[in-house]
Design a protein around this ligand. Structure first.
Ligand code: PGA
Length: 248
């Protein structure tokens, strides 16, 4: 049995004052839960996340990372810097980065490699747009996104990391993929890895896109869904903890 993982993605939200209560509530509520729990915060709040979460069962991480190790890259943050702040996880290839900041498949693969090199656990996001789903090319899109990372890092590395399937049309829209729709793509992702590595059964594949306390249980009950990547609902401690509870 693969352990379940629930990761929060705060996106560009929060303040020192607001975060304090949210982090403390998650820390306290997570103590009795068996699912792995992580929170990916904006860069400036990594020190605060560490201060509140250190010594607890809740890990923390970032939402992006530079593909470069160091140097003249104004505004960028390296994987070793994230490591310096105790990060365990980093999201790479979130659809918002792909769509708004030009993170191509190649760049995402390089970010994945940079994270691994620094000893971070990448959460690699893949997923199709609404137009792509309607054009029946979901499998092609997800496979292309995975293949770029497999080509650079190898299938075994991807199987040892975390993949998050996030249909773009379900992110922040309140429109969730049905458990069957999600399971179908999760199975496809595992099968793609399975073609190249014996470790595909170890891969944790998270579902993301409008996961809420009310739909988490059914999603997480699918055989290839190993937890969730949670945006909006991760900003409300009670909701986030209810989702973590559904992943038991
Ligand atoms: P959502 O976001 O839960 O608000 O839909 C998920 C994500 O973008 O990771």
């Amino acid at each position: 049995m693969r352990p379940k993982l629930v990761a929060g993605n705060w996106k560009m939200q929060g303040s020192l004052a607001e975060n304090q209560g949210l982090l403390a509530a998650v820390r306290a509520g997570a103590a009795d839960l068996t699912a792995q729990i992580a929170i990916c915060v904006p860069f400036p709040y990594l020190a605060q996340a560490r201060a509140v979460l250190e010594g607890s069962t809740v890990a923390w991480g970032a939402q992006d990372v530079s593909e470069h190790e160091q140097g003249a890259y104004t505004g960028e943050v390296s994987a070793t810097m994230l490591k310096d702040f105790g990060c365990r996880f980093v999201i790479v290839g979130h659809s918002e980065r792909r769509a708004m900041y030009g993170d191509s498949d190649i760049v995402v693969a390089a970010k994945f490699a940079a994270a691994l090199k620094a000893g971070l656990m990448p959460i690699l996001c893949v997923g199709e747009s609404l137009a792509e789903r309607e054009a029946n090319v979901t499998g092609d899109v997800v496979t292309r996104q995975l293949d770029a990372v497999i080509a650079l890092c190898g299938a075994a590395s991807v199987a040892g990391a975390v993949v998050a399937y996030e249909p773009v049309w379900a992110i922040g829209t309140g429109r969730t993929a049905t458990p069957a729709q999600a399971q179908e793509v999760h199975a496809l992702i595992r099968a793609r890895l399975g073609a190249d590595t014996t470790r595909a059964q170890q891969l944790q594949i998270l579902y993301g896109g409008s996961v809420k306390p009310g739909n988490a249980g059914e999603l997480f009950g699918q055989s290839d869904i190993d937890g969730g990547l949670i945006g909006g609902a991760s900003l409300v401690a009670q909701d986030f903890l209810a989702i973590c509870t559904a992943a038991q």
